[in-house]
Design a protein around this ligand. Sequence first.
Ligand SMILES: Nc1ncnc2c1ncn2[C@@H]1O[C@H](COP(=O)(O)OP(=O)(O)OP(=O)(O)O)[C@@H](O)[C@H]1O
Ligand SMILES: [Mg+2]
Ligand SMILES: [Zn+2]
Length: 236
Amino acid sequence: MEGACPRCGGTGFVPRGGGSVDLCECRFEQENINKILGIPRRFWEAELDNYQYENPSEENAYKEAFVFASSFDPSEGKGLTFVGTPGVGKTHLAVGILKKIYRDKGIKGRFFDTKDLIYKLKALINEGKTSKAIKRILSYPLIVLDDLGSERLSEWQREIISYIISHRYNNLRSTIITTNFSLTGDEKEEKKIRKTAPDIELPRSLMVERLGPGTVSRIFQMTKVLYIKGRDRRRL
Ligand SMILES: Nc1ncnc2c1ncn2[C@@H]1O[C@H](COP(=O)(O)OP(=O)(O)OP(=O)(O)O)[C@@H](O)[C@H]1O
Ligand SMILES: [Mg+2]
Ligand SMILES: [Zn+2]
C-alpha cells in the first residue's frame, strides 16, 4: 500500500514481544490528520487508496480525484463537484483528496458539512463578528462543501451559500462539492455533460432553484463536475 507506515506496515500494531502488541504511533498521526482537516469520525479511515471502483463512472471519478490531488496547485482555484445518488462514495473521495493533498504537499484544507457551515456562519453574523471570522473560514486554500443543497433552503441560507461560493470564486480558492442533485435541472443539457454516467437517475434538479442560477453557474466554472453512478455501499 502506498504510504504505508514503516513501523507497522499499515496494520496499526507493533509487536512488543511475548505475543503482545502495542498500538503504533501512526494511529495517533492518523487521528491528528483527521482532526486537523476537520474530518468527521465516520470518515477517518477513508482514503483515495481504499476507494474501490466497480464501474466506469466510479473509475473515472477516482482517477479524476487522484489527478486533482496529485497536481493540486492552490493558486489555480480549481475544484471538483461529485454528483451522484447516496452511498456511491462522494464524501469518501472528497475526504481522500483532502488527506492526500495535506500529506503530499502540506496544504491544509478543511472539511465542512455544508449545513453545519451555514449555521456556523449565521451564528458569527448574529454575534456581529462578520467579516474577519468569516473570511478566515473561507480563506482555506481548499474546502470541501459536503452535501450541498441537500434540503430546501430559506432565503438567508441561500444567501450564505451564494456568499461562500462567490467568495471562493472571486478569490480563486479551490472547492470540492458533493451533492445528490443534478445541477441544471435541464435533462437534455444534463445528459450532454454526464459523459461517464449518462443514465444516472438523480432527483430532478432543484439545484438551480435551490441555489439560484448565479451560484450554479459559478460552480460550473470553478469545478469539474463528475457524475458517479453505482450501488449504495451502505447496503451490503
Ligand atoms: N467505492 C468505494 N470504495 C470503498 N468504500 C466506499 C466506496 N464508496 C463508498 N464507500 C464507503 O461507503 C460509505 C458511504 O460512502 P459515502 O458516505 O462517501 O457516500 P456518498 O456518496 O457521500 O453518499 P451521500 O450522498 O448519502 O452523502 C462510507 O463509509 C464510504 O467509506
Ligand atoms: Mg456524502
Ligand atoms: Zn504504524
